[in-house]
Design a protein. Structure first.
Length: 263
């Protein structure tokens, strides 16, 4: 029997984990990022339930009485948050407390970077990489040129900034600046200035991409914020058309109360 087959059978018999599949590559030898990716984002953690008294529970709801018992869900990691200079802590706290009043995403505004998270779909060519997103406030895209000197037709500051990419070995590095100051870094009132710079690194291994990001805004942040790494998994499904964003009427808001964000 072939020696390779014997080794494979031995690994199966011991329950060894299958090796990572080879990383696909494009014609120019770069890792192939094309595809639709499950990045663990979205708003699937929100599962509204209508209660017996007619009210609606959004998060932390008790299981329905008829629900079959199930294992307790794995605990979520603590929120990933930047560290601000002491003189800006009060402003972040106020925005967090009054999130329903000030959060730009609740007004159907673009979420900004890095709040938008890893892309849901990537389209890659030798000249550029395009990130497509399905976000709570609508569909968005980012174009990442891979050649120096490429600029937008409108070079004014923007919600998603100006991105430029380069390769460091098999890692795609995306540096983005020229942001406006109308977005938050996270869900908890983490504001930023127009001096914001975000560096993202995407590394594909087999059918997964490791996504890392570092946020720099020395005017307000005490130190660069290194986000917790995210994992993206290749899917065999295509993106669906996102639901339209509907701005909620603030005329019906009774007070500034809110619930803690689980993300």
């Amino acid at each position: 029997m072939n020696a390779r087959i014997l080794i494979a059978l031995a690994l199966v018999g011991t329950g060894a984990v299958a090796a990572t599949p080879p990383t696909p590559r494009t014609a120019d030898g770069r890792p192939d990022f094309n595809g639709t990716w499950d990045n663990g984002g979205g708003i699937d953690f929100l599962r509204p339930q209508k209660l017996a008294d007619g009210s609606v529970c959004v998060t932390g709801c008790a299981p329905p009485p008829t629900a079959a018992p199930s294992a307790a869900p794995a605990p979520r990691p603590p929120p990933d948050r930047p560290t601000y200079k002491p003189e800006f802590a009060a402003r972040v706290s106020e925005l967090n407390t009054k999130q329903v009043q000030f959060d730009p995403v609740l007004r159907c505004q673009p979420p900004g970077v890095p709040r938008i998270g890893p892309p849901d779909k990537i389209v890659q060519t030798a000249r550029e990489v395009v990130f497509l997103y399905e976000d709570v406030s609508g569909p968005f895209f980012r174009i990442v040129p891979l050649s120096a000197g490429v600029v937008r037709i409108d070079d004014s500051s923007s919600y998603l900034g100006d991105a430029h990419g380069r390769w460091e070995g098999d890692t795609l590095v995306v540096e983005t600046g020229n942001f406006n100051d109308l977005t938050w870094l996270t869900d908890n009132g983490a504001f930023h200035t127009e001096g914001l710079k975000v560096t993202e690194r995407l590394t594909r291994r087999g059918n997964e991409i490791e996504y890392r990001a570092v946020v720099e805004d020395p005017k307000v942040l005490a130190e660069p914020w290194q986000l917790r790494p995210r994992r993206m998994t290749l899917m065999d499904k295509e993106m669906a058309e996102p639901a339209p964003c509907v701005e909620q009427s603030m005329d019906l808001m009774q007070d500034d109360s809110y619930h803690a964000n689980p993300r």
